[in-house]
Design a protein around this ligand. Structure first.
Ligand code: FA5
Length: 348
């Protein structure tokens, strides 16, 4: 066969195979096959001794040129595969210069924060923290607090009644407590004197919501019973609380109020943080926001709990928690707390 044609066929075959190669391992196989000692090219070169001298020169030059061409193609292929591998590893690699993903850390709800802070202040004043049930008997929610059936004060706290709840030996009915005050009666009934407690917890009222009213809200009840407790102790304790919670500049107002379970009774208001006392939508244009009812425990309530009202006296208060941080931070609508809006909640 014509050696030149043989050489040309080998060259074409080698370049075609090289072109199809995608991986380094195939390159090595290709090198052995087309450029190694046992390659077709090497064999042709070895057979050149049988070729007449004048032809040998041109074939030698052709085969050298072909060898050089294959070598150049091989180098180019090796580079191409290297580039491919580099690009692939860059795709899989972690870019350590990228900024990390922000992990939003949850935090305590502002109402829970307020409960913890307020209870902490009262603990510092010698009060113990106890908790009661949200589902309560009407006996403790009303009767034991001097609010018998048919008493008009029951109407001021629109009640969620539980279906079917009753105690066989009594005519007690079950409800969602409308305030934390039932824990006054329960504690006085079961705890040795002296008593100093605060009771945080949820309460429920069947009423329309607005900027300062919710149907489910939180109260902290306070109760102190001992010999010789006076209204001055009540005022001193609550003034101290307002000073510690809001700072010394906020004004506190005590005004006579009526609650059947205290006598005398009062309402505590703090000057509005939104308008600075000028009057606005939040404070109903009064400049004040009422945060708590309070008073001296009514002698009948002490007696119903088995405490001698001629020897012992006590004070009680019931703080509305949602309104307390409202005043501190200038929150305009109490409904924001439970709207689930994270833009609001993340601020606290
Ligand atoms: C009571 O619930 C009495 N148990 C408080 C009390 C305790 C008086 C001990 C005397 C002795 P009142 O209904 O006013 O009282 O509620 C107390 C506080 O809860 C209010 O001052 C107010 O801050 C808050 N509050 C009342 N209703 C709502 C409501 N719908 N939404 C949010 N907060 C409320």
């Amino acid at each position: 066969m014509d050696i030149k044609k043989q050489l040309n066929d080998v060259r074409n075959q080698a370049l075609k195979e090289l072109d199809d190669i995608k991986e380094n391992t195939d390159i090595e196989r290709w090198r052995v096959r087309y450029m190694g000692k046992k390659s077709q090219l090497a064999e042709i070169m070895r057979g050149l001794s049988d070729v007449p001298i004048e032809m040998r020169k041109t074939i030698g030059a052709t085969s050298n040129a072909m060898k050089a061409e294959l070598e150049t193609a091989l180098i180019a292929k090796e580079q191409e595969i290297k580039n491919l591998e580099l690009a692939k590893s860059a795709e899989d690699a972690i870019d350590v210069t990228l900024p990390g993903r922000i992990q939003h850390q949850g935090h305590i709800h502002p109402v829970t924060q307020a409960i913890e802070e307020i209870c902490g202040i009262f603990e510092g004043l010698g009060f113990q923290i106890v908790e009661g049930n949200e589902v309560e008997w009407d006996h403790y929610n009303f009767d034991a607090l001097n609010i018998p059936k048919e008493h008009p004060a029951r109407d001021t706290m629109d009640t969620f009644w539980m279906k079917g709840g009753s105690k066989p030996e009594t005519d007690w009915k079950m409800l969602l407590r409308t305030h934390t005050s039932p824990m006054q009666a329960r504690t006085m009934e079961s705890t040795p004197l002296p008593i100093r407690i605060v009771v945080p917890g949820r309460v429920y009222r069947y009423e329309a919501t607005d900027a300062t009213h919710l149907a489910m809200f939180t109260q902290i009840e306070g109760l102190a019973v001992d010999e010789g407790i006076t209204f001055a102790d009540l005022k001193g304790t609550l003034n101290e609380f307002v000073k510690r919670f809001y700072g010394p500049d906020r004004k506190v107002r005590f005004r006579t109020d009526f609650f059947p379970f205290v006598e005398p009774g009062a309402e505590i208001a703090v000057s509005c943080a939104i308008c600075g006392g000028e009057g606005c939508r939040v404070c109903g244009n009064s400049g004040w926001i009422e945060i708590s009812g309070c008073g001296m425990v009514h002698p009948s309530v002490l007696e119903m709990a088995g405490i001698d009202s001629t020897k012992y006296s006590g004070f009680a208060f019931g703080l509305g928690i949602e309104r307390i941080p409202m005043l501190r931070y200038g929150i305009e609508d109490v409904r924001n707390y439970y709207s689930g809006d994270l833009r609001f909640l993340r601020q606290f």
